[in-house]
Design a protein around this ligand. Structure first.
Ligand code: NAD
Length: 254
């Protein structure tokens, strides 16, 4: 079992799906966890569940597309637990579903604001805090296999998730000298509300889709991605930075 005792971690989009599963794993590894989400009600429920199970967790409302909220989120972590050691920048919107000739400019702005700018803003304030502490840190950005081997008809999400990998590599290069590691995870098909919503939107049958697109013939559980974040947040991954780790049941190998 990985031990995060003494580490403080922020998880954005932690109210549900992969973020919630990651927050639960971090808390069971003894981290002090800040769940940040714009879904206030669900965020508080998830936080309460973790506390009821004996974990240490606190909730902060944050829309990651808004600079002021993100700055407040980092300040909240420091005010509540004293510092910041790790962050999982996970919050994102459901993918778009039209090819680029049908691009909707408002949809482009809205999705990029959360899935790409949101990650950049989180990195900005997390890095500032980690630099100020002077003891390194670990930032984990959640990209997607769409940022490596894209599917049709989802150009905005693909652009955002490629961009997240770019931000990750840029951060790794600039902040390695300060002992801050920045890595990305590229999940495949993970059984969360986002995946179920996207399947419905595209009209895909879940069973057929799982068999066609995952070498393992099944969707992953959200905690299977959370385990990769857990390792990246821990000192066990001390020489890993600028990496993109696929957790995709072999999808990108096909
Ligand atoms: N589910 C998959 O199959 C899959 C595959 C590849 C990548 N991903 C990525 O994994 C991450 C988590 O996905 P998920 O499936 O758990 O999604 P989800 O929709 O189940 O959960 C997303 C969470 O982010 C929050 N959120 C959305 N916009 C926000 C904002 N502006 N500010 C703060 N919080 C916001 C939501 O309230 C929710 O709690 C995302 O980055 C997603 O793109 C998911």
């Amino acid at each position: 079992m990985i031990d995060l005792n003494g580490k403080v971690a922020i998880i954005t989009g932690g109210a549900m799906g992969m973020g919630a599963a990651t927050a639960e794993l971090f808390a069971s590894a003894k981290a002090e966890v800040v769940i940040a989400d714009f879904n206030d009600e669900l965020g508080r429920k998830t936080t309460q569940r973790i506390c009821d199970q004996g974990g240490k967790a606190a909730f902060v409302y944050a829309d990651v597309s808004k600079s002021r909220d993100v700055e407040k989120m980092v300040n909240f972590a420091v005010d509540t637990y004293g510092r910041l050691d790790a962050a999982v920048n996970n919050a994102a919107r459901t993918p778009d579903d039209k090819p680029i000739a049908d691009l909707d400019e408002n949809e482009f702005d809205a999705l990029i604001a959360v899935d790409l700018k949101g990650v950049a803003l989180c990195m900005k304030y997390e890095l500032q805090q980690m630099m100020q502490q002077g003891k390194g840190g670990s930032i984990i950005n959640i990209s997607s296999v769409s940022g490596i081997r894209p599917q049709p008809r989802t150009p905005i999400y693909i652009a955002a998730k490629f961009g997240v990998i770019g931000l990750t590599k840029s951060g790794a290069i600039d902040y390695s000298p300060h002992g801050i590691r920045v890595n990305a995870i590229a999940p495949g098909a993970i059984d969360t509300p986002m995946l179920r919503g996207a399947l419905k939107q595209f009209g895909f049958d879940p069973n057929t889709y799982a068999k066609q697109l995952c070498m393992m013939g099944r969707f992953a559980q959200p905690s299977e991605v959370g385990q990769a974040s857990l390792w990246l947040a821990s000192d066990l991954s001390s020489y890993v930075t600028g990496a993109v780790i696929t957790v995709d049941g072999g999808y990108t190998a096909m």
